[in-house]
Design a binder for this molecule. Sequence first.
Ligand code: TRP
Length: 347
Amino acid sequence: MALQIFLTTGHYLCSMSKEIVVSGIRSTGHLHLGNYFGAIQNYVKMQDAYECYFFVADYHSLTTHPDPKDLKANVFHVLAENIASGLDPNKVALYAQSDIPEIPELYLMLNMMAYVGELEKVPTFKDKVRQQPDNVNAGLLTYPVLMTADILIQKAVKVPVGKDQEQHLEMARNFAQRFNSRYGDFFPEPQVFRFNNDAVKIMSLDGNGKMSKSENVNATIYLSDDDDIIKKKIMKAKTDAGPTEPNAVMPDYIQNLFLLMSLCSKPETVDIYRNNYNNCTIRYGDMKKQLAEDMAAFVHPIREHAWELQKDEALMRKILKEGAEKARIGASKTMAGARKLIGINYY
Ligand code: TRP
């Protein structure tokens, strides 16, 4: 009987152990629909199937010397927007990077194994050198090392990131390997997590590439945009004179409007405009008016919820604190193990 109970409990524990996912959220900039549908919705889907650690990468943001007065508001803002978008602090560990002292500690150790030559070759670093030649600080150079520490501190195996971060992940695997071959097998090699292969990719409303944080703000719909702004931006979205033959192939900027409509409007509405497109009777002005209305209605509750959360500083602090407590359980274990392997265990 006792054995039976033991086995059942054992099995229960086994099925409870989920793969570990870590990802960092930039603390600057406002979230837009591209982030919402392309990334955050995927994070939301992961919360049940994986043991997730999502953090605001506030240390990383220091590379550009943000005004100290802005830091807290930035962190609370992205935190609130992510929660309003569906991240549940009860399901995932949601924390600030700077609340986990084990991260900079591991970063220091990993820095001893990261070579200046390889760091200088990283394309994102070279971009920064070009963009901000007057501020090529050591933090910028070692950005991939800090990112590796973020990941390895939880011994994560899966890291959901965009294409622009894949090189950083490759470096994280290299650093993990290097540590393991010097000190003994300790860190798993983290892989890029393509949770949803056909992740939604939203284009900028001006038709120039993807909806991105820093480029044309008038062609980007932010979760913080109010109804009027959303309407204005949608009405200005790029269109053309319309199709001239039935069932014509859609230019990508028109496809994008249909994609947005399929995400924010009722399926019947999308069907109507698709039919109009196919029989060349579409009036883009009408379509955009409808889309603007539906999109404003879609974003409205998220914006309001984010605003409510952000204003509630006590709640924000409680969420951060509880998230850090969860994250530090694994982090302190990892650090104790790493120190021991390196030989820093004097007591
Ligand atoms: N560098 C990532 C970005 O710019 C953010 C980030 C920091 C991150 N640390 C991380 C992502 C660790 C994944 C894992 O988007």
